[in-house]
Design a protein around this ligand. Sequence first.
Ligand SMILES: *Cc1c(COP(=O)(O)O)cnc(C)c1O
Length: 404
Amino acid sequence: MRPGVQTLRARRSPRLQSGSSLISADSKPFLPYGRQSVDEEDVQAVLRVMHSDYLTTGPEIDAFEAEFAAATGSADAVSVCNGTVALQALYAGLDIGPGDEVIVPATTFAATSNAALYLQATPVFSDVRGESLLMDPASAAACVTDRTRAIVAVDFTGQPCDYDALQAVADAAGVPLLSDACHALGGSYYGRPVGSLAHASTFSLHPVKPITSGEGGMITTDDPDLAARMRVYRNHGIQSTFRERAQKMTWEYDMTTLGHNFRLSDIHAALGRSQLHKLPDFITARRRIADVYRSQLAGVNGVVLLPEPENTVGAYHLFVVRLPGTRDQVFEAMRDERIGVNVHYKPVYLHSYYQNQLGYERGLCPEAERAYDEIMTLPVHARMTEADALRVVETLTDCLKDAT
Ligand SMILES: *Cc1c(COP(=O)(O)O)cnc(C)c1O
C-alpha cells in the first residue's frame, strides 16, 4: 500500500531503548524542522552589492521592495530589518498606541502580540478554530470593544486564514484587518496572493521562513499614506534618506516623529531579492513534502492533520499534526531518532511574562490551549527529499505504536 515506507521499514534497525539514543543516533543525520536553501547565485548577488556604492539605503532596497510588491499583488512593499519590527512599524503606522487594543490569535509567535506591547497598546487574544488552528472569526468578533484598533490574522503554518469572514468582522468593527503573513509568503486564497488579502501584511525573512535575507522583514499594502508613514518610522522619524539628500545636494533634514532605525541593508536585500526569484520553486518543494505527509499519514490512527481548504494554497512554513494523548511521548521518541520535531505554538498569553507581569489568565482561549497539548511540527523545508519525508512518516508511525 505504501511501498516507500515499507521498504524503509524493512531496512531499519530496531529502535534502541531510551538511554541508548545517542548510540542509535550516530548513523542518522539530524533532520531540522526548517532551514534555508541558499545557492551560489544567492552568494553572487550578495557579493555584487558588497562591491557597489551602497551597502544600505541603496538601489537594491528599491528593487527588492518593487519585486516583493509585484510578487504579492500589492501596490507597495516596505522593507525593515526583521518580521517583528515589521509588525511594530505597521501598528505604529496606523497610529496604534497607549489605550488601544489589537486583536491577535492566541496561537501565534509572540511577536504578533509583543509588537502591540512595544507601543503600549493592549493585545486581546482571540481563540482559534479547533480544526484549523486559525483565528476564529466568531471569537475575534467577541473580542471587539470600542478601543479595538485592528484585527491581526495570522496565516499559521502558511495556511491562509478565512479572510472573507475576518474582513466582515473587521468591517463591522470599523477597524482594519491586518495579516501577520510571516509563514505564508507564496500562498494564496481564492487565487489572490498572500500579501494582498488584508489592509496590510507583514513578512519575516528569517532563515526558517519561505525565503530568507538572513534577517529581514517586509510590509505590503495598497495604502500609500500608510507606506509613507512606515518608511519614515523605519528611518528615525526622518522624512528623507541619506541617498535622497545626496541626490538633491542638500544636508537639510527634519525629524517629524519619533522613529527607529529599522532599515534593511542592501546586503540583506540582495539575498532576499535573489531568494524571491526562487519562491515558486521553494513552495513547490515544500508542498511536495506536505503531499507525502498528507498521503502517508491520512488514516493513520492517532494522527490528526490540519485541513487545506479548497481554493487556498498553503505555503507550508510548518507542517503541524495533532497527536491526542501521545504528543509528549512521541515528541521525545522522534527527537531520539534525530527528527527535529518542534511545537508551534504555546498560546502567547501562557508565557510567564504575560501571566506574571501582565496578568493574563489560563482558560482565555480553550481551543488554543487544548491544541497546545497535542500539536507537533514535522520537518518541512525546500531542501528535504521525499526519502527524508518518508523517514519522518515511518518514524512517526513507529513511535505512535510504542506510545501508550
Ligand atoms: C517569524 C515570525 C515573526 C517574527 O519575525 P522575525 O523576522 O523573526 O522577527 C512574527 N510573526 C510570526 C507569525 C512569525 O512566524
